[in-house]
Ligand binder design. Sequence first.
Ligand code: SAT
Ligand code: MN
Length: 624
Amino acid sequence: AQAHYLSTLHGLSVEPLREPPLVTVPKKITQFIDEASRVCTPSNIHICDGSETEYNNLINLMVQQNMAAPLPKYQNCYLTRTDPRDVARVESRTIISTSNKHDVVPNGFNPHKGALPNWMSPEELEKQLGDRFPRCMEGRTMYVIPFSMGPVGSPLSKIGIQCTDSPYVAVSMRIMTRMGLDVLKILNEDTPFVKCLHSVGAPITPGSTRPVWPCNPENTLISHRPESNEILSYGSGYGGNSLLGKKCLALRLGSYMAHKEDWLAEHMLILGITNPQGVKKYVAAAFPSACGKTNLAMMTPNLPGWKIECVGDDIAWMRFNPNTGMLHAINPENGFFGVAPGTSKKTNPNAMASIFQDTIFTNVASTNDGGVYWEGMGEKPEGVVDWHGNDWDGKSNAAHPNSRFCTPARNCPIMDASWEDPEGVPISAILFGGRRPEGVPLVYEAYDWDHGVYIGASMRSEATAAAEHQGKVIMHDPFAMRPFVGYNMGQYFDHWLSFGRKKHVQLPKIFHVNWFRKDSNGSFLWPGFGDNIRVLEWIMKRMEESSPESEIAKKSPIGVIPTESGFNLDNVSVDWNELFRLDKSFWAKESSDIQKYFNDNLGHDLPPQIRNQLNLIQERIQKL
Ligand code: SAT
Ligand code: MN
């Protein structure tokens, strides 16, 4: 029996859908909603239809409750200020729970030295959830958000149902995913879906105060049960902790599913690049959070005749297409949750053209003419109110370094014509990169697939404000997935290696890039942004070449690097030798750090091919 139209669930009134009875909600789903509401005891349930009216109503409610403020300088834009304790992902409180610990934690992992996803036993998680969820939505409305990661109805897409007590999450999910009636309409009793339960962990009880940004930092827990397709997130209302389609579903559960189903769920942007001759290729690139994925994905090239088009800025789901033999990628998201500071007309004009309509800003500063401001946006206006809501002193951060814009993809003027193609786009190159102020050259190319997988596995980057880590330490971040991999990292490396053994496939070439190398005065050696097209130009030329040596390429111990004459330096002046200098002691230390990281984290589960690559590189470095 299917509930034709939800009007009550065990006695609670359910706000009606637009034109009842429009949809038939599968019983599995009403059961999940019923279960969630029975445990969390919200005072009301609202099934989201995804309409504009609903969005406006929710925004108005947030404005009434001081959770959002209109930004009259722009069209349909709002500003939210969070509790200062709830500003980023909380990796230390993010866990994966499986019945078998080894499915998440490599054998030989050293808990005192390692830094990989946290595992929790099902029994312990049950207890932790029992301490948190019962009655947690008291006095609040529970929003039920049916969403699709990927185009609605595409065979590559995945469905989630998120129950949340945060209207901020409901409106943000409408921007970041395909959400509402269109999703409900395609569901039947057999459609698999991910059960997503989220609470800010701040029930409204008689006499309790009503914080503007409810959250519960002391008890935050972001938990995943990949075996039963469940995500349970408690205590944080921010970004990757609460918009459960993004990191939790599309990457953590996504990578777990991808491992089982022979595809890849990766922390990657996807872009299309067209050269002046009209040849077009697609590239995917993995950089850690807040390292410029959005800027690269929307780049305005500084070379005439070149064109970049955007498919996605954060997540790629990829599988080899049996017809073309190529790795096809889709962007499962529907919007951008981009870092605001540093975004300007100069660094990312396409983002600036996207974000001043239909956008929710979080933790940026505001101006007295109803606009926003952040570090690196341009001229400092008068009368700035900082992200805490105080008059800005001009010294501390005006905007929080992890402040964000949340904007629909359709606003971006350079979305690729195929960005919603259910087949995905064919990927010709994969880039790995990070913030490396020292030692790492602008670009190098892997000798082969296994070497490329080693390069992904050995990625490191300076810590950023996207998670709770303090200071600018260089962190290991394999494939930019350390905070997001949903299963044993050794098996994850092996999964990547397995594609190199596939028959009848066209493997993309793999490169490493670093826009962030600095000279001895601490200035960047490379202009970056629109000039990164020069690196992409070289990469595109290398797609046509198979030998490691050519007019434009030569071998080095760490990989294939450009020759100076084979790289377009028209109208830029750079210290080429310094950009590509390979220092023997730096690389010896780098590879021994990586060896240590592998030993402490991957232990016996490190695939032998990766150890072999490490040995080969160490031998080549000796000859430097
Ligand atoms: O806060 S998010 O996890 O959504 C953004 C990021 O860290 O990449
Ligand atoms: Mn990200």
